[in-house]
Ligand binder design. Structure first.
Ligand SMILES: Nc1ncnc2c1ncn2[C@@H]1O[C@H](COP(=O)(O)OP(=O)(O)OP(=O)(O)O)[C@@H](O)[C@H]1O
Ligand SMILES: [Mg+2]
Length: 255
């Protein structure tokens, strides 16, 4: 027997969330919950509002309507850095790596940057704990063998893996990845899938992904957006048969 009262708060709860850019409703009336530990894929054509929704959840933009809760706490009006401190980690659709620095140095900066007083970075104080954490992150994102290589020497796929590591540096409870497989070759995709599979089960994951071969195997539930709104929500095995999804992807072959 389960009781409603005993139900834990969802990791993320969106209620009527919207964002206008002038007359354009980039995100409109989005309502859904993501359970603690759930893996959720967000699909949709270009311009559907997926990245804007991420920006609203992370606090890069404020919503013009609606409410956002993180583990039951209303975070709708909090600035981005306070949301990060409460456990939201994310990657960006466009890479934000320091290409002249090594993998380990990038992760070290992310670990240091995730802390209050991050501007002490200008006078780095060697901290064994932070260095050990950066080193451990190289393993978590399967880059230990290239830890001392500059980012400039990494493959595209390895850079994508490092971006996930940067997002993990703040010990997120909710990890949000914006098109982690974008631009990956078919040969690079399995490594990303392995990395995603190895993430701890209690980490809630939200994944924007055009590539169904990455999205579907990594999702418990799939949300499809179009013109700023949620049009379909279903399990990965049912989503492919949905006529709306079929139409959006114009009959593109899916896994
Ligand atoms: N800062 C902004 N100012 C004005 N319009 C914006 C802004 N950001 C996004 N938009 C518009 O909002 C709509 C949704 O864009 P968004 O980037 O969220 O789509 P997306 O689903 O992530 O698309 P893609 O798959 O191409 O990344 C688009 O019409 C876009 O031009
Ligand atoms: Mg986008």
């Amino acid at each position: 027997m389960t009781s409603m009262n005993a139900a834990p708060s969802p990791a993320l709860s969106l209620s009527g969330v919207g964002r206008l850019f002038g007359a354009l409703a980039a995100v409109r009336d989005v309502t859904f919950d993501i359970a603690h530990g759930e893996r959720r894929a967000i699909l949709g054509p270009n311009g559907a509002g997926k990245t804007t929704l991420f920006n609203l959840i992370c606090g890069d933009f404020m919503p013009t309507s609606g409410t956002i809760k993180l583990f039951g706490e209303d975070i709708t009006r909090l600035p981005a850095h306070q949301r990060a401190r409460r456990g939201i980690g994310r990657t960006y659709q466009t890479s934000l790596l320091f290409v002249g620095l090594t993998v380990l140095e990038n992760l070290y900066i992310a670990v240091r940057g995730a802390k209050p007083g991050r501007f002490s970075l200008l006078v780095p104080r060697a901290s064994d704990a932070d260095r050990a954490k950066a080193r451990a992150l190289t393993e978590r994102v399967r880059l230990a063998h290239v830890a001392d290589k500059p980012v400039a020497d990494l493959s595209h796929g390895q850079r994508r893996q490092l971006e996930v590591g940067m997002a993990l540096a703040c010990d997120p409870r909710l990890l949000m990845l914006d098109e982690p497989a974008a631009g990956l070759s078919a040969a690079e995709r399995p490594e990303l899938n392995r990395l995603l599979k190895e993430l701890p089960r209690d980490l809630t994951l939200v994944l924007i992904e055009h590539d169904m071969d990455v999205a579907l195997p990594n999702a418990d539930m799939v949300t499809v957006m179009k013109d700023g709104a949620v049009v379909v929500e279903n399990t990965p095995d049912r989503i492919q048969d949905d006529p709306v999804v079929y139409e959006i992807y114009l009959g593109k072959k899916v896994a």
